[in-house]
Design a protein around this ligand. Structure first.
Ligand code: TMP
Length: 239
């Protein structure tokens, strides 16, 4: 697989670049240190983030594969580069929450840290111009963003990811508060897990102290941003 050749860039997002390869079945993603928040209003750099997010995402994808979840992960090429299966991303942010925080707490007036009686699932339409609006099942289907069958697979995938990750993080003294994932379609139409799983896309709180170990430190100017990414990565590697 390391024989795959990196060709031209096909996409640049806020935290990653995606490159074509000499095989139509594979892309190469490259993780950057750039950080943004509030739909790009806030910009910064988190030194070393790209390396941690690359390695951590790959470790999480490997764990999920071991537990029966199909992902886009193929092979890590370097500190920042990974070969992934070529997919068409379903333009949805798929968000699971175990504990109230962030936009959920704001929207419903629920104190951050309130445990939810069951995990919740919500979707936002990935569209920067519209500020990623919340979207419901019938709108997703009516707009042709995904079919009903695809939505069913996406929901099953999301809850399974939550089950596996929640247990894994509990084992390293971390509460998985919430997270965002993205799904992609393979050329045969199959839905698999794509994008990344990192402190950029999850909320992690220390199980004992509730200290935030994720990008909220950057979003909210809490300081200790790099250290939080390093701490999560250290705990993952201690397992
Ligand atoms: P929220 O509470 O701001 O809606 O965020 C929920 C989860 O989704 C949180 O773990 C952070 C993650 N997230 C992203 O990965 N990308 C985004 O653009 C946003 C807004 C949230």
């Amino acid at each position: 697989m390391s024989s795959v050749k990196k060709l031209e860039q096909v996409y640049e997002g806020k935290a990653k670049k995606v490159f074509k390869t000499d095989s139509p079945d594979y892309y190469i993603v490259e993780y950057k240190d750039d950080a943004t928040a509030f739909n790009g209003l806030k910009h910064g750099t988190i030194s070393g983030k790209g390396v941690i997010n690359n390695k951590m995402s790959n470790a999480m994808f490997a764990l999920l594969e071991k537990n029966g979840v199909k992902t886009h992960f193929v092979e890590q090429l370097s500190d920042r580069e990974t070969v992934v299966k070529a997919v068409k991303i379903v333009p949805l942010e798929i968000i699971i929450r175990n504990v109230a925080a962030g936009s959920f707490s704001k929207r419903y007036g629920v104190e951050e840290g309130t445990a939810l009686k069951c995990p919740t699932l919500e979707f936002s339409l990935k569209n920067d111009e519209l500020n990623d609006p919340l979207i419901n099942d019938s709108h997703i289907i009516a707009l042709g963003v995904a079919t009903e069958k695809e939505l069913d697979s996406i929901k099953k995938l999301a809850y399974k990811v939550n089950d596996v990750l929640k247990e894994f993080f509990a084992g390293i003294g971390v509460k998985l508060i919430d997270f965002k994932i993205e799904a992609g379609r393979l050329s045969n139409g199959e839905i698999i897990l794509a994008d990344e799983i990192s402190p950029d896309t999850c909320r992690f709180w220390d199980a004992k102290t509730n200290e935030k170990l994720d990008k909220d430190r950057f979003r909210r100017d809490l300081g200790g941003v790099e250290e939080a990414y390093q701490e999560i990565f250290k705990r993952i590697n201690s397992k």
